[in-house]
Design a binder for this molecule. Structure first.
Ligand code: AMP
Ligand code: MG
Length: 374
């Protein structure tokens, strides 16, 4: 693909520049692509009813074309223009959580092209709450198809600079509004079956949905179970390897002391082998590793290899006592591992956080489901 002249603009969510967003809207209407912030992650937007725009999105991301896109809207009336057979329960759900980080799967109307839904007869719809996303949708007057604005397989972007890393020269415009608030993708609920089914966990938890709708089924993939050979996941995106860092990654699970012992033992051995290693931990636990590993510099047992400490990077994802910190930093941390050419990654588990299920779902995918129980 020829390199495009990508325009990079900064827009503060507190002081929205309608002129620039109208220009972004014009690009979208003309079939071009614009990356923009939402409250979950940055999205790569195109006109969702224009099959050529959807094709361009797949091309720019290097995304398999059977992995459908989410349509972003700014008002409730938009639903009936693209979806049919919408049940009262589905409306109840949307009214409760929109605008916000929830995507709803509904039966699609004929005007939504197969290119946008990956050939499915259903369509994914979300109304974001981020003021820049909301205003862009309003000014464009479109149903904006927007998957995460990353190269397929890489961690979703949570900062403008992440989008730049992956898509500069491949799309028409990038709108940078700083770090997003939530940091992992929207929860997805399928409302086309007999019972609501959670297809992807996010900030909105199954318990939150159950308060509105009663019981909710959870797709086995969400809980980290691998798909049996030959079965197709309900959200096609779930079958692809995601977020995978270049290095190998292990998630270490068990009693806290045993987890840190296992990680330290392996980190020491890897550093001795000359590997660049990283530890993913919390604000609460990082001192355990720092204290133990600073011994590498002091020479305790490693006097002959004083350089080993430089091979080890300790990354804190935040405090597990503060809701939302771990999720907000996860993708940025995974990207930084690649930028540092880390070859081996050991991660603790992060169930304590309020978004435990959503965080663990992303972490397990990043580690290609390699879990070590100690
Ligand atoms: P992304 O925008 O990159 O987070 O990807 C969109 C996600 O929504 C993918 O995992 C898709 O598989 C899922 N998705 C989009 N449309 C549908 C649909 N009609 N049915 C089920 N899942 C969908
Ligand atoms: Mg994505």
């Amino acid at each position: 693909m020829d390199s495009l002249n990508t325009r990079y603009v900064e827009i503060s969510p507190e002081d929205i520049d309608d002129k620039v967003l109208s220009e972004a809207g014009d690009i979208l209407k003309a079939g071009g692509l614009v990356a923009f912030p939402t409250e979950t992650v940055y999205g790569l937007g195109g006109d969702g009813l224009n099959p050529l725009s959807s094709k361009k999105i797949y091309e720019a991301k290097g995304r398999p074309s059977d992995n459908p896109l989410i349509l972003h809207i700014a008002s409730m009336d938009a639903v009936e223009h693209i979806a049919k057979d919408v049940t009262p329960e589905a409306y109840k759900l949307m009214e409760q959580f929109w605008p916000g980080p929830l995507t709803v799967i509904l039966n699609k109307k004929d005007n939504v092209p197969d290119e946008t839904t990956g050939g499915l007869k259903t369509v994914a719809i979300r109304m974001p709450s981020h003021p820049v996303a909301k205003r862009l949708i309003e000014l464009s007057g479109l149903y904006i198809a927007a998957p995460s604005a990353n190269t397929s397989g890489r961690p979703s972007p949570t900062k403008g600079s992440h989008v730049k890393e992956d898509l500069f020269g491949k799309i028409d415009m990038i709108i940078d509004s700083g770090a997003v608030g939530i940091g992992i993708e929207s929860s997805i609920i399928d409302m086309t079956g007999e019972r609501p089914m959670l297809l992807r966990p996010g900030y909105i938890k199954p318990e939150d949905v159950e308060e509105v709708l009663g019981e909710v089924d959870i797709d086995p993939v969400v809980l980290g179970k691998l798909m049996p050979e030959g079965t197709a996941p309900k959200a096609p995106g779930m079958k692809y390897r995601h977020y995978a860092p270049k290095g190998d990654m292990e998630v270490v699970k068990g009693e806290e002391i045993k987890v840190s012992e296992y990680i330290l033992k392996n980190v020491r051995a890897d550093a001795d082998d000359g590997k660049r290693v990283a530890i993913l931990t919390t604000e609460e636990n990082k001192a355990i590793y720092q204290k133990a590993l600073d011994g590498l510099v002091a020479g305790e047992g490693n006097a002959d290899k004083p350089g080993n400490r430089d091979k080890v990077t300790i990354i804190s994802l935040g405090s597990c006592a503060k809701a939302g910190q771990i999720s907000a930093h996860l993708f940025d941390a995974l990207r930084s591992l690649d930028n540092m050419d880390i070859e081996m990654i050991y991660s603790e588990t992060f169930y304590e956080d309020d978004m435990g299920m959503a965080v663990m779902n992303r972490l397990l995918k990043a580690a290609a489901y390699k879990v070590i129980e100690v």
